[in-house]
Design a protein around this ligand. Sequence first.
Ligand SMILES: Cc1ncc(COP(=O)(O)O)c(C=O)c1O
Length: 330
Amino acid sequence: MSNTNFDISEGIFGQIGNTPLVRLSHLSEKHQVFGKLEHLNPGGSIKDRTAKGILRDAIQRGKITHNTTVVESTSGNMGIGLAVSCQAIGLPFLAIVDPFVNRENIRIMELYGAKVIEVTEKDEFGSYLNTRIATVKQFLAQDPNAFWTEQYSNPANPKTHHSTMEEVVTQLGRWPDYLFIATSTCGTLTGMSEFVKQNFGSTKVIAVDAKGSLIFSDCPSTRRIPGFGAARKSQFLKPDSADEVILIEEKDSIRGAYTLLKKEAILAGGSTGAVVSAYASMADNIPTNSDVVLMINDRGERYMESIYSQKWIAEYYGEEFLHELNKTKL
Ligand SMILES: Cc1ncc(COP(=O)(O)O)c(C=O)c1O
């Protein structure tokens, strides 16, 4: 069957991207702050765009046909994004996960038709990363029609986010002065930043990472908030991808998420909380009347067992912190 037989612009697949850019007027009186509402994508996160971009690229290059099984090592938003897109265009999807996976995410992927395989053996470093990759490779060796999306190294990942930035500029009608982006593969950051540089835009791009992540630092520590940060360097980053990097402590990511919820009625995930806190930490140094765009990367509903669980917060960060969060108001 020819590639053109895939419906990549219609149905729910066609609804990925073109998310609203809305004014968040309660976050600042000094700046015009806007949120790019990526949590409104059909699968609930910015990774819907990454999944769609990688699949579209592979279809155009003839790497995906109607006999293909898509495979990826993922337990989070990318897995859900791929499950949604694969279901929409009628391709089987195999997700390789590990025991740390959020059970709800598995259920969501399965509901969208994915097959989920959980690895149980740790690798030589005591993590599951290499076991997951080895399982993907085993599957690729067995099935010549399998296609690995390789979100950490596939150039279609950052490329997809040129259009994410183009949307922001079109919606705002000008280059924002500042753009805050949470990082993991750094596909979003690199792609949006490339679009700025290639078009001589004036936007300062601020990378927001989790403290303890190894993307921008070499000091690993326990990270409990899923969705952003990484235990490895990014292959996409270039020296000029970020104008500034801000590392955010877990408590501040949580504070940021509650601030956004109480002030703007947006229930978002932990990486968005980090972005809100990163903006707050820089706000004094941002000139008055600047346009600031915050990437709202995913929905908060998937964090009911973590940042929105009173029990979880009290257990890991203490009763006093829980009390502080409960008092956060407009
Ligand atoms: C909620 C959330 N924020 C931020 C990111 C980072 O995006 P990227 O992988 O493009 O760096 C991810 C990636 O999975 C995510 O799920």
